[in-house]
Structure formats: structure tokens, C-alpha cells
Design a protein around this ligand. Structure first.
Ligand code: ADP
Length: 438
């Protein structure tokens, strides 16, 4: 990257020098040409005004050494030239400056000289007697001017290139250095001094880094929790099985222990089911397979299914609802509804009630589960959606809880871009409301 930036800088500066050089030389040459022509025209006009060429006899041999002076008749025949014998010269009638002078009174032209890097400048005027007086001068052209400047240009180029290399490497260093520092020390990104343009990038990296760390910690905690949760029923199962296999239990004990083994295995199964479920929800990318479903029908089925369990606990389970159609994952929504109603029954009191409401509102469907149960103390309300978080561990376990139910609910709501809210008063009851966009 550094090399690329340096090379680009160098390229830009070389191009700039080249363009400037061409531009300056062109402008300079134009000015130079104009000046030479002006000189020539002034002399020519002066000679014309003196009137020497109106009378050929008055001209003396080498009066005009500085310029070549030529006198041409209107038919192009050269009658005088101070450099070359006019008899050796061809007809000049087709020379542009002569033609123009005959036509419009004056004419000028520049032609390549026989001498390398030089040009001939011509200026011609028509005299009173119809002849054309032409002055010529050999002078430098663009190439010779360029050649004259070349040493300076080369020195300038070298100086500029050196300066460019220094500046470019300074710039690249100040651009790259913070990035290198950041890459080497991700832990202390905030302390690295950077520039404005890099800040959004750093913010994103810092945020992502924090997210990664947090999710690593959460994963670690989850793994530790899972191991712990699985260990308890397994230890019990193994203990009971050992006593039975040692023949240390009498018949009545065997039946009791078998029952315990059965209960703990069921617990293991529901734990493993919930863990699998959560990890599935974790890996599934955001798009879920949605179909048109009626929340009211799903709740109706769940309520029917849970009536037995409510009856056993002497809890009255009721519902009121209207058709509430939306697009969602049917299995997920069934699980969400089941978990919420099941909790409302399990954390209830004798002769308590659970009421479930379903209705559509503002492009959303609403599910509201209200119970007159044990309620949740304020300090726990924030955390009950965390994995394995329970207010009263033994109550949860006794009623077959895994501590994952609400974590799964929260995930399912998020997958449907919905919202969930909790209102609860300790000892009085709980109300959980879920909104899902249609
Ligand atoms: P669990 O399997 O333990 O029920 P959840 O994730 O479903 O796990 O719930 C977490 C905790 O939140 C429960 O252990 C319980 O303490 C509390 N909780 C959930 N629902 C209710 C409710 N309706 N009333 C009172 N407490 C509740």
C-alpha cells in the first residue's frame, strides 16, 4: 500500500511537471514568435516609410546586415536580395507572405530553417510602386527553446521528485501508522491517536470486538450452566441405579428409585430439547420460513391442551380472542404461546386464574397472558429472559422448568421483529404481552 501511494504521488508530480513544461514552452514560444514578428514588422514599416525601395538605384550593397531584405515585383520576380544573388532565386509569387502582401497589403510566415532547431521569420509589405518588400530573420523555434530550458527542467524535476518522495512517505506513514498500531493492539484501541476519517472504522471495530468478547463470555457461561444443569439429574440417575444394582434397595425402594430415575431422565430430555432448540434459534440466520397463521387458533389449541395441567393445579384457565392473522413460523409461535401459558399456570397459586387474550391492533397481532400467580420481584424482572435464570430454582425444577423457556420466547419474538413486555407485582400476578408485526 505504502509503495502504491508513493508511486501514485510520483506519477502525479511527473505528470504535473510534464504538463506545466509543455504549457509554459508553448506560451513562451508564442510570445517569442510575436515579438520577433513585431520587430520584423516595425523594421519593414520603417524601411517602407523611408521610401528607399521605391527607387532601386538608391540601395547600397550591405546596408541591412541584420535582416535579409528581399524586394519582389508584383509578378513574383525577385529584383533585390541582400543575401543571395536575385538571379539565383526562383519566382517568389507563391510564398504565402508575398501572396498575402499583394492581396491585403502585408503578410507574414514562419518556415523551417536549413539550420537545425531554427526557423525563418518573414514579414512582407506592399510598396506604393506595387512591389513587395520582405524582411526575414532566422531565430529560435520551440525545440531550441525547450533545449535551452531542459537543464533547468531536469534540476527542477529532480528536486520536486525528492520533495514528493519525502512528503509522500510522510503522508503514507501518518495514514498507515495508526492502522498498524490498531492492528497490533486491539485491546487498547481507544488510546491510539488517529484521524477523523478513521474514527467510524475504529468505532465499528471496537463495537464488534466488544460484541465478540461479550458473546464469548456468554457462551462460556452457557456451557458452564449447561454442564451443571445436566450433571444434577445425571448424578441422581447414576446414584439410584447404583443402589439398585448393588441390591441395597428393597422392593418398595426399587419402585421409588425407578420413579426418580424416570423423573430425572424426563428432566434431562426436556433440558436437552430446550438446549437444542435454543442453539437452532441461534444459528438460524434472520430469515425464517413464514406462513399465514391465525394466532387465535394457535392459542385456542394451546389452552385446550393445557386445561388438564391447569386443573391439576386448581388454576382457572380462560381465553378471549378474535381471528388475528399474520405471517410467522407456526412451530415457533406454538412454542411461544405454550411456554407463556405454561409458566402462568406453573407459577400460580391455588384457585388462581390465567387469562389469555388475542387481538389484532395497528398492523400487529397482540398476545396477552395475565395470571394471578406468585408474581416476580422487581429486582428479578430484568433478568428472567436470560438463559437458566430463575427466581426460585427449586420451584422451577419441581414444576419441570429448565430455565430456558423465556429465553426461547425472547428469541422467537426477535426472529419475528416483535416486542415483548412484562408487568408483574410480587405476590399478586404477572402480565406478559407480545406484539408481532403482521
Ligand atoms: P423455567 O423453566 O424456570 O420456568 P423460564 O425461562 O420459563 O424458566 O422462566 C424463568 C423464570 O421466570 C422462572 O424460573 C420464574 O422464576 C420466572 N417466571 C416466569 N414466568 C412467570 C410467571 N408467569 N409468574 C411468575 N414468575 C415467572
Amino acid at each position: 500500500m505504502k509503495r502504491k501511494i508513493n508511486l501514485q504521488f510520483l506519477f502525479v508530480i511527473c505528470m504535473t511537471i510534464l504538463v506545466t513544461m509543455i504549457l509554459l514552452t508553448t506560451i513562451f514560444t508564442e510570445i517569442f514568435k510575436e515579438e520577433v514578428m513585431e520587430d520584423l514588422s516595425t523594421y519593414t514599416m520603417e524601411l517602407k516609410s523611408i521610401g528607399v525601395f521605391e527607387n532601386m538605384d538608391a540601395i547600397e550593397g550591405d546596408t541591412f546586415q541584420e535582416f535579409r531584405v528581399t524586394l519582389v515585383k508584383s509578378d513574383g520576380v525577385v529584383i533585390y536580395d541582400n543575401y543571395i544573388n536575385p538571379n539565383q532565386l526562383q519566382n517568389h509569387g507563391n510564398r504565402p507572405e508575398i501572396r498575402d502582401a499583394i492581396k491585403q497589403g502585408y503578410g507574414q510566415a514562419i518556415r523551417k530553417s536549413e539550420t537545425l532547431n531554427k526557423s525563418n521569420y518573414y514579414y512582407a509589405v506592399k510598396l506604393e510602386n506595387g512591389c513587395v518588400l520582405r524582411l526575414a530573420k532566422e531565430s529560435e523555434n520551440i525545440w531550441s527553446i525547450l533545449m535551452r530550458f531542459l537543464p533547468y527542467i531536469l534540476v527542477l524535476t529532480i528536486v520536486l521528485v525528492v520533495i514528493t518522495i519525502i512528503i509522500a512517505s510522510f503522508f503514507t506513514r501518518s495514514i498507515i501508522k495508526p492502522i498498524e498500531k490498531l492492528a497490533n493492539d486491539m485491546e487498547h484501541m481507544e488510546s491510539v491517536t488517529t484521524y477523523k476519517e478513521l474514527q467510524p472504522f475504529i468505532d465499528t471495530i471496537v463495537k464488534q470486538h466488544g460484541d465478540i468478547l461479550r458473546s464469548a463470555i456468554m457462551r462460556q457461561e452457557f456451557t458452564a450452566n449447561v454442564s451443571h444443569e445436566l450433571k444434577t439429574p445425571l448424578t441422581a440417575i447414576s446414584g439410584y441405579a447404583e443402589i439398585i444394582s448393588n441390591g441395597m434397595a428393597d422392593e418398595a425402594d426399587v419402585a421409588r428409585f425407578a420413579n426418580e430415575i424416570h423423573r430425572n431422565s424426563n428432566r434431562l430430555l426436556s433440558l436437552i430439547n430446550d438446549i437444542i432448540h435454543l442453539s437452532e434459534l441461534d444459528v438460524m440466520d434472520n430469515a425464517i420460513e413464514k406462513e399465514e397463521i391465525d394466532l387465535n387458533t394457535i392459542v385456542q389449541t394451546a389452552v385446550d391442551m393445557l386445561q388438564l395441567s391447569a386443573g391439576k393445579r386448581q388454576v382457572r384457565l380462560t381465553m378471549s380472542g378474535v381471528a388475528s392473522i399474520f405471517n410467522g413460523d407456526k412451530m415457533m409461535i406454538e412454542e411461544l404461546v405454550y411456554n407463556l401459558i405454561n409458566n402462568a399456570i406453573r407459577y400460580n397459586k391455588q384457585d388462581g386464574t390465567v387469562h389469555v387474550e388475542v387481538y389484532p391492533a395497528d398492523e400487529r397481532v397482540v398476545l396477552c397472558v395475565t395470571d394471578t400467580g406468585i408474581g416476580i420481584p422487581k429486582e428479578h424482572q430484568e433478568r428472567i429472559f436470560e438463559r437458566f435464570y430463575r427466581v426460585d430454582k427449586s420451584h422451577s425444577k419441581q414444576t419441570g422448568g429448565t430455565g430456558l423457556g423465556l429465553a426461547i420466547v425472547k428469541h422467537i419474538v426477535a426472529k419475528h421483529n416483535g416486542d415483548i413486555s412484562l408487568e408483574s407485582e410480587y405476590g399478586k400476578g404477572t402480565k406478559i404481552t407480545v406484539w408481532i408485526p403482521v
